[in-house]
Design a binder for this molecule. Structure first.
Ligand SMILES: [Zn+2]
Length: 1094
């Protein structure tokens, strides 16, 4: 079905366009595209910056002549729509689609044959353009771990045992607000099964059986990808022409173990390859002697450090791998920025791997969804499930349907098909998209997902050009773009009624703790102004969102704030067992109309409860009340709950303190992550049905059971914020900043998301903050632009290299103005019959996102050690499969990593030693539950920096430089005591000050005369009028602006006791909780791989 390319005529985006039937001109007219983000009906005709410059090219569909046969009648509907008209049936068993996208080699808009691995737009040829597959060949000197030198560690499985010295961490951290240590309560092991599938340990497939996979006949020489040490005698023959990674049946197991140490212990001189910068030794790296084991940290691999034996010059007992010779996250990030940050990423080519999330780049939508909306673990999927099982690379997409875009990129256009609604496939209900294939002169179209032949409605008819493409293809977003929206008809609405605008209800804990800390006063004061910034749409003068107010301790107080009242009226409901809403009229109001009454109420609330002695609170009845209020008002909405304590008052959802650290590392540890009672899930389900999303702001002084309290936010698409030991003077900036952002952010309400796939793969598992009542529909009471849903795919049939694989994510939601819409994202992926193509097109950051979510869900049902072992095994299998099937034959003493996955070990180690999977003594149960919950809906950029924090030196770069200083690796040995560093991970922000920092620097930044006078734990830098102060404060502001939550600053001095807290984030080092150093983990991984291969 190869089709001649046709570069379309000049695209009509930005030009006057003829009126097409069913295409409501009025919706697009006259508005400037550059203001699209705030315009509900994007200016489709308007100038779209960038879009005109590069005409959409190369997208052409095959003429109908040789199309696949009409869908057979054998297919039965599978899956029932549980949600009105949305997605009825889900039939994807048709013959494989013949639609494909191609691009003339010369028309590739981006990328060149010289681009680094994974960057090439993989086009039609199954074996892609040249030499993509450099390997990382880190020669782990003396890595005969399986030999006699390093006996396997004892019983704890793979030597990756549980932290044995949990209690050994001496001293407790000062209360930083990060890890407050709370009094502990008694245990009450409870097991509320959550219905999540347990962790399944991937089966170890015999590496020798390459079923369904035929090794290519000849393997070309590899392209050197790195300048690290290479085995002597291993020569690179220059760029290979094809299949560089493929080697014919290397028999690694034939190599005698223990004899692979052919090289000297030290690295060979770097070999620079012309095109591939690879990673280079970093600045202060030197091999060997300088680096002993870090003091005070127990080694998780007792025997691992004893590598090699002879030639090392250093007297220290353990010889360590040179940290500069192993893949560096910093270098990979830097290389990608340099190589891919300068050109826009154009989405017209199927299966292109996007730049890393750490690279700034612009996206031009030419038929596939932007990576801001969808990122995949691999952009080239194995054709068969056998191959997929062999490789063990999870096939997953991280989808952020409402992602916000930079101002340079236009929001999705809104398409209005009038009363007929969006055009869909009759059988699988997929929405019209660029991959649908028009046939029979344009009178019918074949579905690219299920191959069903559909009639084109008369009002949608359009002629085809000589290539079989509709002549209006570039005038219609749904025929030319990867992402767009449809206005939904009444058929897509609950009860066949268009929705009312949503409402926000603020529900404020006024118990003793909330009053005492000043929280209530602060919050009420802030709300007075914040209510002017409720989300608006389309340049509307005021928000359509109505607001309501409730306060509570062990009873609830509702407020009538009707505009006609002189003063607000309070109604108390003390029967919390059977919650009802005592008033309807006057509870939800328009802010502007009721402003005086609302202001009066917010003034009075702190006074009314100023003398309260009530310490007990309820929780479930509060949410119940909010949900009932929305139900009565027949609208969706959001509850903002401000809560301080464990709800121990007599009421539904009453909790007890069941925190018990003794459960850590036992089989019962999972109960700490499970909700204490089923009442919360039942409530969440009701909330979802009502489109009631819950955002929870917690202000605990002690254990509040975050695992239970976060169930409702989690299942309703809401957010949880936690401010331990809240004090107004220390935490108000962070809280208010989070609150402002949370209240203002654009939310889609009462949403349902469905992911359709072309024949051969199927979405089988979902991760994120949502609820599912069946196996296909992701139900979200609310969805904001920060939330992601991770979807895993499995094969249910053979895929076809020619047609590739398609995903279509459809999100039905109510906008904040009450408009019902469908947002559609399409993505086409390549399919391969060679494993090397899979490994060439992977995205490690996305893989880690998936693996972390998989593991964090696993702890609900399995011991954390089992979860960690599963991750390690899977990682080893992924890398062993590569080694066996794709790498050149070489010494088994070498660790060979795929170029695209060379950071997999370091990043995976960060996941393994994270607080959830390997808690340190200072981490509370609530902290772990909180983080677990947060990670569940993080996007790829967030998990990337969360697991591997950024560490930025402050005085290395010129003072006048306005760019961010280049980061250094997260290891103590990268810290110079004459410098200062900022460390951030998206949640925490530290300023580490070396003990030998120049006095002038100390003066400029802290306004004190010496290091010793700097206040440890300081959270605000003085505002000083000098270049350094301005620069550092500016950098802090800029880091904060990049993250979805406010990061409170903590100043840490070298050798100070707070430093322990900071070191927790130096993730390449061994951790106090027993987490391995990067070097040790890499050795361990190498050993695992060798075991699999032998
Ligand atoms: Zn279909």
């Amino acid at each position: 079905m190869n089709v001649n390319q046709s570069v379309p005529p000049v695209p009509s985006f930005g030009q006057p366009q003829p009126v097409y039937p069913g295409y409501h001109q009025s919706s697009y007219g006259g508005q400037s595209g550059s203001t699209a983000p705030t315009i509900p009906y994007g200016a489709y005709n308007g100038p779209v910056p960038g879009y005109q410059q590069t005409p959409p090219q190369g997208m052409s569909r095959a003429p109908p002549s040789s199309g696949a046969p009409p869908a057979s009648t054998a297919q039965a509907p599978c899956g029932q729509a549980a949600y009105g008209q949305f997605g009825q049936g889900d039939i994807q068993n048709g013959p494989s689609s013949t639609v494909q996208m191609q691009r003339l080699p010369g028309s590739q808009p981006f990328g060149s044959p010289l681009a680094p691995v994974g960057n090439q737009p993989a086009v039609l040829q199954p074996y892609g353009p040249p030499p993509t597959s450099a390997q990382v060949t880190a020669q782990l000197s003396g890595m005969q771990i399986s030999g006699a030198v390093a006996p396997a560690p004892p019983s704890s499985g793979l030597g990756y045992g549980p932290p044995t010295s949990l209690a050994s961490a001496s001293g407790s951290f000062p209360n930083s607000g990060l890890y407050g240590s709370y009094p502990q309560g008694q245990a009450s092991p409870l097991s509320q099964a959550q219905g999540h599938p347990g962790i399944q340990t991937p089966q170890r497939s015999a590496p020798s059986q390459a079923s369904g996979f035929t090794p290519p006949a000849s393997g070309g020489p590899r392209l050197p990808s790195m300048t690290g040490p290479l085995l002597p005698g291993q020569s690179f023959g220059g760029p290979s022409v094809s299949q560089p990674n493929h080697v014919s049946s290397p028999p690694p197991q034939a190599l005698p173990p223990g004899t692979q140490m052919t090289g000297p212990l030290g690295p060979l001189p770097p070999m620079h390859s012309p095109q591939q910068p690879g990673y280079q030794p970093q600045q202060n790296g030197s091999f060997g002697p300088a680096r002993g084991p870090q003091p005070n940290y127990g080694s998780p691999y007792p025997a691992a450090p004893t590598f090699g034996s002879q030639s090392g010059p250093q007297p220290l007992p353990p010889k360590r791998l040179d940290p500069d010779a192993i893949p560096s996250p910093i270098q990979v990030i830097e290389d990608d920025r340099n190589n891919r940050g300068t050109e826009p990423f154009v989405t017209g080519v199927r299966g292109q791997v996007p730049p890393l999330v750490t690279t700034n780049f612009l996206v031009k939508d030419q038929g596939n969804a932007s990576p801001r909306y969808i990122r995949c673990t691999s952009y080239n999927i194995p054709c068969t499930s056998d191959m997929a099982k062999q490789a063990q690379v999870p096939l997953a997409a991280v989808i952020k349907p409402l992602a916000s875009l930079p101002p340079e990129e236009a929001s999705p256009y809104v398409v209005d098909h009038g009363e007929s609604g969006p055009l869909r496939c009759n059988r699988c209900k997929a929405y019209m998209c660029p991959f649908m294939q028009f046939i029979e002169g344009g009178r019918r179209f074949q579905c690219c997902f299920c191959s069903c032949i559909n009639d084109v409605p008369p009002q949608y008819f359009q002629h085809l050009d000589h290539t079989g493409k509709r002549v209006d293809a570039y005038d219609r977003p749904e025929l030319s773009l990867g992402s767009y929206e449809f206005l939904a008809t009444v058929d897509y609405c609950k009860n066949n009624k268009f929705p009312s605008p949503p409402a926000f209800i603020f529900m404020i804990d006024v118990s003793y703790n909330a009053i005492r800390t000043g929280l209530v006063r602060l919050l009420c004061e802030e709300l007075k102004s914040l209510l002017d910034f409720l989300p608006r749409e389309g340049g509307a003068e005021e928000s359509a969102i109505r607001v309501g107010f409730v306060t509570y301790n062990k009873v609830l107080h509702f407020y009538n704030v009707k505009s006609s009242l002189a003063q607000p009226q309070m109604m108390v409901v003390s029967d919390v067992a059977d919650m009802f809403v005592p008033l309807l009229d006057g509870f939800l109001v328009n802010v502007n109309e009721s402003r005086a009454v609302i202001t009066s109420l917010l003034d009075q609330i702190p006074e009314m409860f100023a003398d309260t002695r009530e310490t007990e609170t309820v929780f479930v009845p509060v949410i119940q009340a909010g949900m009932e209020a929305l139900k009565a008002a027949e609208c969706a909405g959001k509850l903002f709950l401000f809560h301080t304590s464990l709800p121990i008052a007599e009421a539904p959802g009453k909790l007890k303190n069941r925190d018990d650290r003794k459960l850590i590392n036992t089989d019962k540890e999972k109960t700490l992550f499970q909700p204490q009672t089923g009442a919360y899930q039942t409530l969440a389900k009701e909330c979802v049905a009502q489109g009631c999303c819950v955002d929870l702001f917690l202000f605990p002084n002690q254990y509040v059971d975050v695992a239970t309290l976060s169930v409702v936010p989690q299942l309703t698409g809401g957010s949880v914020y936690k401010y331990a030991c809240f004090q107004v003077e220390n935490d108000q900036e962070r809280f208010l900043s989070d609150l402002r952002r949370d209240v203002q952010k654009v939310v889609g309400f009462d949403a349902v998301m469905r992911v359709r796939t072309s024949t051969g793969i199927r979405a089988v598992d979902f991760f994120g903050a949502f609820y599912m009542s069946n196996t296909t529909d992701v139900e979200l009471a609310g969805l904001d632009g920060d939330k992601t849903v991770t979807v895993e795919f499995k094969h249910d049939d053979r895929l076809n290299e020619e047609s590739g694989a398609l995903l279509q994510c459809a999100l039905l939601y109510t906008s904040c103005a009450g408009q019902r819409r469908l947002r559609i994202h399409n993505l086409a992926l390549n399919c391969c019959t060679q494993l090397a193509d899979l490994y060439r097109n992977c995205e490690t950051d996305t893989l880690i996102n998936y693996m972390a979510k998989f593991a964090y869900r696993g702890v609900l049902n399995s011991p954390v050690k089992a979860v960690r072992d599963t991750l390690i095994t899977q990682c080893a299998q992924i890398l062993a499969c590569y080694r066996k099937n794709c790498a050149s034959p070489s010494s088994a003493g070498q660790l060979i990593l795929p170029e695209c996955m060379k950071l997999l070990p370091v990043y995976l180690n960060c996941v393994l030693k994270s607080d959830v999977l390997q808690p340190g003594a200072e981490i509370t149960t609530d902290d772990r539950a909180y983080v677990r919950q947060l990670v569940t809906s993080m996007d790829v950029a967030e998990t990337n920096v969360f697991f591997y924090p950024r560490l930025l030196p402050l005085t290395k770069s010129p003072i006048e430089s306005t760019t961010e200083p280049p980061a250094v690796r997260a290891s103590e040995e990268r810290l110079s005591n004459g410098d200062m560093y900022l460390l951030e991970n998206g949640l925490n922000l530290f300023l580490w000050v070396g003990a030998s920092v120049q006095q002038g620097v100390v003066q400029s930044l802290f306004s004190v005369s010496s290091f010793s006078q700097i206040t440890s734990g300081l959270s605000v830098l003085p505002v000083l009028d000098n270049p350094l102060s301005k620069k550092v404060r500016g950098l802090i502001d800029s880091l904060r602006a990049q993250r979805s939550r406010y990061m409170k600053l903590i100043v840490v001095k070298q050798e100070d006791k707070l430093e322990m807290l900071f070191k927790h984030f130096l993730v390449e080092d061994k951790s106090l909780s027993g987490g391995a150093s990067y070097v040790d983990f890499l050795c361990h991984m190498h050993k695992e791989i060798r075991q699999l291969l032998s």
